[in-house]
Ligand binder design. Structure first.
Ligand code: F6R
Length: 615
């Protein structure tokens, strides 16, 4: 949560920071701010609202000049989103400014201490406490800014990615990280800093990702110095070559990132299995699994930890691992798992699923599992993310950057990776026959084309969206592999349209939710040909008798549900276990169009952020 950007070099910092903040707005967008050093003054402008609002404020308030600057887009933790609580925050002397992503947990005691020493505070934020703590250390001990930051951070409990500038050291930015991501772009005599590399990819492909508990002293015209926060020791910087390009992070003619990402799914799924699924040789090759095959084969059970949509992908994986590889699976909300006292043994494998690779609860669950001796395998989309680094081994999803806050292609590519793993293990364990295995590979290879076909229902789904856009409640039902899809469909709708929606296993409907059904209630029922079809048809009959409005997601050519439902949306036929990759598509489009018709900000829904780096 929160995006941070900085620039130090020979160009004007302002346009780089503003453009960078726009690219990071997915991380939080309730307020924004900037500090620019024009050679004499540190000019600060900040406001509640989006980066576009900040641009208007800057026009009216400050000079846009300067080759050094830092900017911030916020997702509020401490203090409501307003102008005063927006970042950057300054120290009491006005000499130091900071931007911060994270939470300082012991801010209250630090604040009291600083107040007792005469400091005063304008905002309700933990960040303003940190910058005054740095100032206090600097003044008391007569230190340079870098050293003062290092000492102050040793007094802090919490998580942070920070950038600090000092009016008296105008050619220097100090950054530090613990638990929140931070990348440094290294150009020709210029430096960029950002929460991810997207703000600087058109300027440089060379990047250093700070590790936890590291800080960097970035000075104009000098080499970067990276130090351990704990003991100030020097660390050798590791410069990586970035693989992403500008096109991947632009809308490419789509109205929203979400729609672009929905349409990218055929390619994303293909990219995810390319080089891993070798149909002609009838093998699946995944380095992370091969290298740890013994552990997988000896595992007593798999525990999947994740949050939100990634948790739904985990639920689909539970069906497929148990079904194909016959390994017992438990799927846990990372936020619950980390605070229970879970029974974990060295014979457990924990699979952590996360698009961003930065979700605080998932990261904490991984650390807990590791501390109890479990082997932890990551399924992440963002290369080099914290979770990718924290896990013992893993497999990337190769979905490409997902910018829309509502997760779409991450979900289907997570399912793709997890299916590949389940199949590989099933083959190794002998729980799948060679002919079934081959059939799976063939079917999996056809999924991208079938997703394309499912996307062709776009205009029809838009019409359905128009009919139901003004309802207050939706119900989503599915069974077996499509129960998690029902949960995911409901989550998609509520998070971007703010319409209340519930996902249920279809048969559970009669244990409560059926009471909600009347002629005003739309119910999306996933009723594909494979997987308890007759049972789901009975559930549809029960809805019909109560006059509920039925939107059936069915296999192409279905006749029975067509007769019962008010609307049907067809998806191509496939194996039951692969059907979530297809049935998800219409549900994504339905929520997308409803939200657009209601005038909601689809890519940046209220109160949400893409990367949940606070617990
Ligand atoms: C929903 C959504 C969230 C995320 C959740 C986990 O559309 O995007 O529910 O799935 O915050 O995020 P990751 O996968 O980055 O760990």
């Amino acid at each position: 949560m929160c995006g941070i950007v900085g620039y130090l070099g020979h160009r004007e910092a302002y346009p780089i920071i503003i453009e960078g903040l726009k690219r990071l707005e997915y991380r939080g967008y309730d307020s924004a701010g900037i500090a620019l050093f024009d050679g004499t003054n540190l000019n600060i402008s900040k406001t509640k609202g989006k980066v576009a609002d900040l641009e208007n404020c800057v026009e009216k308030q400050i000079s846009k000049n300067g080759n050094l600057g830092i900017g911030h887009t916020r997702w509020a933790t401490h203090g409501v989103p307003n102008d005063v609580n927006s970042h950057p925050h300054t120290s009491n002397s006005g000499n130091l400014a900071i931007i911060h992503n994270g939470i300082i947990e012991n801010y209250d005691s630090l604040k009291k201490e600083l107040i007792s020493r005469g400091y005063s505070f304008k905002s309700d934020t933990d960040t303003e406490v940190l910058i005054n703590l740095i100032e206090d250390v600097k003044k008391k001990e007569g230190l340079k800014i870098g050293k003062a930051v290092q000492i102050a951070l040793n007094q802090v409990v919490g998580a942070y990615a920070i950038a600090v500038v000092d009016k008296n050291s105008p050619e220097e930015i100090i950054i530090a990280r613990l638990g929140s991501p931070l990348a440094i772009g290294i150009g020709d005599n210029e430096f960029f800093i950002a929460s991810d590399a997207s703000p600087f990819i058109e300027y440089t492909k060379n990047a250093i990702y700070l590790e936890d508990e590291e800080m960097a002293i970035i000075k104009k015209g000098k080499d970067i110095k990276i130090r351990k926060i704990k003991d100030d020791s020097l660390v050798d910087p590791y410069v990586q070559q970035l693989q992403i390009n500008l096109e991947q992070i632009e809308k490419s003619g789509f109205d929203h990132f979400m729609l672009k990402e929905i349409y990218e799914q055929p390619k994303a799924i293909n990219d995810t299995y390319r080089g891993r699924l070798l149909r002609e040789e009838a093998i699946i090759k995944m380095a992370g699994v091969e290298d740890n095959m013994k552990k997988f084969l000896n595992a007593n059970r798999i525990i999947i930890v994740a949050c939100g949509t990634s948790w739904h992908a985990g639920l689909v994986a539970e069906y497929i691992f148990e079904d194909l590889a016959r390994i017992p699976v438990e799927v846990e909300y990372a936020s619950e798992f980390r605070y229970r006292n879970p029974v974990i043994t060295e014979k457990d494998i924990v699979i952590a699923i996360s698009q961003s690779g930065e979700t605080a609860d998932t990261l904490a669950a991984i650390k807990l599992a590791k501390s109890r001796g479990a082997f932890v395998f990551g399924v992440c989309n963002v290369v080099g993310s914290s979770i990718a680094r924290e896990t013992d081994a893993g497999a990337y999803t190769h979905a490409g950057p997902e910018i829309g806050v509502a997760s779409t292609k991450a979900f289907t590519t997570q399912i793709t990776v997890l299916t590949l793993i389940a199949l590989r293990l099933a083959r190794a364990k002998g729980t799948i026959s060679s002919s079934d295995f081959r059939h799976y590979l063939l079917e999996l290879e056809m999924i991208p084309k079938k997703v394309e076909k499912a996307l062709q229902a776009d205009a029809h789904i838009k019409e359905i969206a128009d009919i139901y856009k003004n309802v207050s409640n939706f119900l989503y039902l599915g069974r077996g592999y499509n129960f998690p899809v029902a949960l995911e469909g409901a989550l998609k709708l509520k998070e971007i349209s703010y319409i209340h929606a519930e996902g249920y296993p279809a048969a559970e409907m009669k244990h409560g939710p059926i009471a909600l059904i009347d002629e005003n209630m739309p119910i999306v029922v996933i009723a594909t040909k494979t997987g308890h079809y007759d049972k789901v048809v009975s559930n549809i009959q029960e809805i019909k008798s109560r006059k509920g409005k039925i939107i059936g997601v069915v296999t192409e050519g279905d006749i029975t549900v067509r007769e019962l439902a008010d609307h049907i949306i067809e998806v191509p036929d496939t194996l039951e276990s692969l059907s979530p990759l297809l049935t998800t598509i219409p549900l994504q489009l339905l929520s997308y169009y409803i939200a657009v018709m209601l005038g909601k900000n689809v890519d940046q829904p209220r109160n949400l952020a893409k990367s949940v780096t606070v617990e």
